[in-house]
Design a protein. Structure first.
Length: 102
């Protein structure tokens, strides 16, 4: 009875998007689904949520378990990151501001 009560409280916190830090330690099967490492999640089933990788990802973001920087797409599609990749995103524009078209 105590375990059932604890499970109900855990699920209620997840549904209200107010999980505790301890709750977030219990969402591994949701992470596995989001990453494409599992086909289903018992936790999503218990929450009555459609078991898709996209739903798992959204909930992990909503719960604060992941941030916008956590990108499950490469893992879902078995894409191995290139360790020699140089990130050019922070690079400055080649033309100074206001110099376009001269």
């Amino acid at each position: 009875a105590k375990q059932a009560k604890e499970l109900d409280a855990f699920l209620a916190r997840l549904r209200s998007l107010q999980p505790t830090a301890a709750d977030l330690m219990r969402v591994d099967d949701v992470k596995a689904l989001a990453l494409g490492q599992a086909a289903s999640s018992g936790l999503l089933k218990a929450l009555g949520t459609e078991q898709t990788a996209e739903n798992a990802h959204r909930l992990l973001l909503d719960w604060g378990a992941w941030t916008e920087r956590d990108n499950p797409w490469p893992s879902r599609h078995q894409i191995i990151p290139d360790p020699h990749h140089v990130d050019i995103d922070p690079a400055a524009a080649a033309d100074p501001a206001g110099d376009a078209g001269r």
